[in-house]
Design a protein around this ligand. Sequence first.
Ligand SMILES: Nc1ncnc2c1ncn2[C@@H]1O[C@H](COP(=O)(O)OP(=O)(O)OP(=O)(O)O)[C@@H](O)[C@H]1O
Length: 266
Amino acid sequence: MTSPPAVRCTGLRHTFGETVAVDGLDLEIPAGEVFGLLGPNGAGKTTTIRMITTLLPARTGSIEVFGLDVTRRKMAVRRLIGYVPQQLSADGTLSGRENVALFARLFDVPRRRRGAQVESALEAVGLLADADREAKGYSGGMIRRLELAQALVSSPRLLILDEPTIGLDPVARTSVWERIEQIRADTGMTVLVTTHYMEEAEQYCERIALMHRGRIRALGTPAELEAEHGEGSTLDDVFRSVTGDQLDGGGIRDVRAARRTARRLG
Ligand SMILES: Nc1ncnc2c1ncn2[C@@H]1O[C@H](COP(=O)(O)OP(=O)(O)OP(=O)(O)O)[C@@H](O)[C@H]1O
């Protein structure tokens, strides 16, 4: 028997009042893949992710995570997922180690394994040396890596990251991605990531889905998408043609997000 995909969405739809956020989405992510979900602001990426993580109900259509239905097997699905949301999930008044230990308790990591898993998650993101400092003294990149450690402490099989590098400088962005790559190489974990940065998607994601107005408009490896679009095309070109040139919004948003990240821990 072949093993089930990490994620399978079929006919997924979600509305907020009149707004159709996700509009009949079909998506399959094989186990072990690094998959990028891209799209302009409001495309429906976060709504899709929140349904996969069971934080929003999937009322129309279905989602399976490693073969488990998210509606019927909610708790079992949650145990398989590590999630780094866009919003801050670290507590600035706690040390790095205390933050990760808190998540270990929240995610029911067995007591006898907790200490070792906290240390190994901190090590995986390169924060052992700073683990006893209060998180409010961390840089934006360190906070993101701390949040990554929080998501990793329960040894998830599927790691979901919503804009993990938004608002970070290029050095911090590279450092976050290098950690993600290393963790993936060490554990074989499946990674589902949303990003606005085309060059990051191109460099780090094996396959990409371009989402627009609640639907997937293009899907494939970066090379496939570029080749399909025409010789010499970049992912930016593909994205522009799919979305009707909505890329520019990201610029303003990035600045806002950078400010937000800088303020996040006061
Ligand atoms: N809680 C909510 N209540 C009402 N409308 C919402 C809510 N959350 C999202 N929406 C709307 O649903 C649509 C999809 O939003 P979503 O956040 O999923 O997009 P996104 O692709 O993640 O965008 P971004 O890149 O800005 O995070 C948008 O039109 C948004 O305004």
